[in-house]
Design a binder for this molecule. Structure first.
Ligand SMILES: NC(=O)C1=CN([C@@H]2O[C@H](COP(=O)(O)OP(=O)(O)OC[C@H]3O[C@@H](n4cnc5c(N)ncnc54)[C@H](O)[C@@H]3O)[C@@H](O)[C@H]2O)C=CC1
Ligand SMILES: O=C(O)C1=N[C@H](C(=O)O)C[C@H](O)C1
Length: 272
């Protein structure tokens, strides 16, 4: 008999929460055992299927994460930084794989995940899609091949509801470019240009964020030199790519030793 891992989705009513619920319900490799929303949210207490406008599925939306995690093997969490930190402690307590898609976490918040990763596997990535993770590796290679005559700019565009900038993906791409160049992104990052900024500093990695309409997520890494430009581009047109990646991570994490992992590990794209 094969064991089908039980999954809890946090932020159930969110754009990603609903996409994740559909993805788990459509999968024969996992089962939905819980859905979490904020205390006071209108979905709490409702059947997930009914809350999503369909038929009941026998799983109620709850605001008690620990009780839900105790029945699960994995938690998929696309919510907000503060919530994700709380879920990390509870997922570790329940020994659940914690897949974190939440972006906008500060360095301190990311560091605060470390104690939880000593008790359970955490897979965290600012973008769970295959295409972006491949683009990360391509960016690193191109940046390593070019010198500072090529200015590097990361340009991202997202829907008007997005609350954090630069996007988690833009930061992954910036990190990859910095790593390829052998520099620390903190030393070369140029964010939020406005007013008399002075000329561009050679070696900087610039970030630009566009917000509008229902753009799912678009990312360019521009390498611009005198007389030529290279543009590496990813365009997401369907949030299902993130949900599929997250479910893959939850399944990959089963039986893995406690620790901090990313999507490059899950997709086998790590370079050792
Ligand atoms: N890593 C990736 O591949 C992707 C990451 N994201 C990130 O996922 C996050 C969520 O994005 P969206 O779904 O668009 O946002 P959203 O605002 O539609 O959904 C967030 C949900 O989390 C819930 N939530 C917040 N605090 C909570 C708490 N303490 N307990 C339970 N639920 C709580 C909210 O009520 C809401 O339903 C963002 O950080 C976004 O950048 C989004 C898409 C892909
Ligand atoms: O908020 C979003 O929508 C997305 N967030 C992630 C990010 O910050 O990069 C991933 C994707 O681009 C969609």
């Amino acid at each position: 008999m094969t064991h089908t891992p039980g999954i809890v989705i946090t932020g159930a009513s969110g754009r990603m929460g609903q996409m994740l619920i559909k993805t788990v319900l459509d999968s024969d490799k996992a089962q939905l055992v819980g859905a979490i929303e904020r205390t006071g949210h209108e979905w709490v207490g409702q059947d997930v299927g009914v809350a999503m406008g369909g038929a009941p599925i026998g799983v109620l939306v709850s605001d008690d994460p620990l009780e839900a995690f105790a029945k699960a093997q994995a938690v998929i969490d696309f919510t907000a930084p503060k919530a994700t930190l709380e879920f990390a402690a509870l997922a570790a307590q329940a020994r659940c794989v914690h897949v974190i898609g939440t972006t906008g976490m500060s360095d301190d918040e990311i560091a605060a995940l470390e104690p939880a990763s000593r008790h359970a596997a955490i897979v965290r990535a600012g973008n769970m899609s295959l295409g972006v993770n491949l683009l990360v590796q391509l960016t690193k290679k191109v940046a390593a091949a070019l010198d500072e005559d090529f200015d590097i700019e990361v340009i991202e565009a997202h829907h008007h509801h997005k609350v954090d900038a630069p996007s988690g993906t833009a930061l992954m791409l910036g990190e990859a470019a910095a790593e390829g160049r052998g520099v620390d992104l903190n030393d070369v990052s140029d964010r939020g240009r406005d007013g008399i900024t002075g000329a561009r500093k050679c070696g900087d990695i610039g970030f630009t964020a566009i917000r509008g309409g229902d753009i799912v997520g678009e990312h360019d890494v521009l390498f611009a030199a005198a007389g030529e430009r290279i543009v590496l581009r990813h365009m997401a047109t369907d949030r299902a790519i993130f949900a599929r990646g997250a479910l893959k991570a939850a399944l990959w994490g089963q039986g893995k030793a406690p620790g901090a992992y990313d999507m490059l590990d899950v997709l086998g794209l790590s370079e050792g």
